[in-house]
Design a protein around this ligand. Structure first.
Ligand SMILES: Cc1cc2nc3c(=O)[nH]c(=O)nc-3n(C[C@H](O)[C@H](O)[C@H](O)COP(=O)(O)OP(=O)(O)OC[C@H]3O[C@@H](n4cnc5c(N)ncnc54)[C@H](O)[C@@H]3O)c2cc1C
Length: 404
């Protein structure tokens, strides 16, 4: 039988993350939304706490860095303690507090997930404790990440990287940036590899920070790489170009990061639902979960429909993470979770603004902020349309050339 409850062993972690979200993130949420580009210094203490918990084994981390596929207990291939599930559950709780602050958390970057996905064991040990951003998008390439033009050329025992990356989350603050570049454009997507470029490398320059609709506490950088030299062993994984494997290596990152982004949407939407239910109750509208929607007020019926959508998104997210924990291929489920959670996250947060009326639109409450923050979760790590395309390809058994 399927259990739809949060697994018992993760409940303490979820409670801890919820407390942190409520007591440490919510109080500074509005401050850093207004102070765009200012580093939330309060996060240093929080990150140290999370590191401590992770080291003591009481937590697998509250962000992207928690995702691993090789922390196995034994021969059965099961991942220790359900690390992926623990990560998505705690990420959702932290985003109940504030999505932008979660994205700004030191050592929990999306680049850390890339390292977890494709780095060798030796590299994982070497990069342990680093904070890594991820740079794929370029001025001429977003959704079609196989078309990137940034190049990496081997010169002795170093690679020389040239190109431009835009919209790099934590690109200014992180210790390093995981950069996607091609070793040989003529060999297509199989030649795309990722490289760890450390902050302070003279060939890497942050050109500007973007002003954004939401997640304003998170820095989003445009970065240029000009004859940027990195040691050859900072190429993540194998340097071999395996034309048969194609893009699979680099794309494996997304199987880990998409459930995390879905979890962010689930957490942010939950925050909106919880507050809206309170506001409705204060206005005399009780939502009765035991009676059919059609016999309740329009506001209550709308609320119930949003709850159902939220639940579907949460279950898909948990499924994608559970599959990763059990070493099952989860590309389809990761995209389903991201598509559903990204879409309903935006729908729910905006509908909550609508249900709360002028209070929802004002800065008195955080509803308007959450509706701005949630939109990006339907865009980065693959847009809504791209997720649906991937789902269609997987279900129909068509390649990216056959269905584009
Ligand atoms: C705040 C923010 C943070 C970001 N952080 C990062 C980061 O850390 N690292 C990083 O590498 N990138 C990051 N990005 C970039 C993000 O991943 C891209 O914006 C995204 O992949 C979409 O690419 P694009 O903007 O070039 O849109 P395009 O690819 O040009 O797409 C434009 C529109 O066309 C649709 N579309 C495209 N192709 C198809 C198709 N085949 N079928 C149907 N519809 C299609 C898209 O869904 C979209 O609606 C970030 C972006 C933002 C705004």
């Amino acid at each position: 039988m399927i259990s739809l409850e949060t697994p018992k062993k993760h409940r303490v972690l979820v409670d801890q993350a919820h407390q942190v979200a409520m007591n440490m993130l919510r109080p500074i949420s509005r401050k850093y939304d207004r102070a765009e580009h200012e580093y939330p210094k309060e996060l240093d203490m929080l990150a140290a706490m999370i590191d401590g918990l992770a080291e003591s084994g009481s937590s697998s981390g509250a962000g992207a860095a928690g995702v691993r596929r090789d922390d196995t207990d034994g021969d059965d291939g099961r991942v220790r303690n359900g690390t992926n599930l623990a990560s998505v559950l705690s990420v959702a709780e932290m985003c109940w507090g504030d999505t932008a602050l979660l994205l700004s958390m030191p050592r929990q970057g999306l680049g850390n997930s890339a390292i977890a996905s494709v780095a060798t064991t030796e590299q994982q040990a070497r990069y342990a404790g680093t904070w890594a951003a991820m740079a794929i998008t370029e001025p001429s390439t977003g959704s079609d990440s196989a078309s990137i033009t940034t190049t990496a050329r081997l010169d002795g025992d170093e690679y020389v990287i040239n190109g431009e990356k835009i919209y790099v989350t934590s690109g200014d603050r992180a210790d390093s940036v995981v950069v996607w570049a091609t070793l040989d454009k003529s060999l297509g997507r199989a030649a795309i590899k990722s490289f760890v470029v450390k902050k302070g490398n003279p060939g890497m320059k942050v050109e500007r920070l973007e002003h954004k609709l939401g997640i304003r506490a998170s820095d989003t950088a445009a970065i240029t790489f000009t004859d940027c030299r990195v040691p050859a062993d900072d190429l993540l994984g194998s340097p071999d170009i395996d034309v048969k494997q194609g893009f699979a290596g680099a794309m494996a990152t997304f199987d880990n990061t998409r459930p995390l982004v879905a979890a962010m949407a689930v957490g942010c939407a939950r925050a909106s639902l919880d507050l809206t239910r309170d506001l409705l109750a204060r206005a005399g509208v009780e939502v009765d979960y035991d009676r059919p929607a059609q016999v309740q007020s329009a506001a209550a019926a709308k609320f119930l429909q949003m709850e159902a959508d939220w639940e579907a998104a949460q279950l898909l997210t948990m499924q994608a993470a559970w599959m990763a924990d059990n070493r099952k291929p989860n590309s389809l489920e990761a995209s389903m979770a991201k598509a559903k959670a990204g879409r309903v996250g935006s729908d729910i947060t905006l509908s909550c603004v609508e249900l709360a009326g002028s209070l929802g639109y004002s800065e008195v409450e955080l509803l308007e902020k959450w509706s701005r923050d949630s939109k990006i979760l339907d865009i980065f790590e693959g847009t809504q349309q791209i997720q649906l395309l991937i789902v269609a390809r997987r279900i129909l058994g068509l390649s990216s050339a056959e269905l584009r």
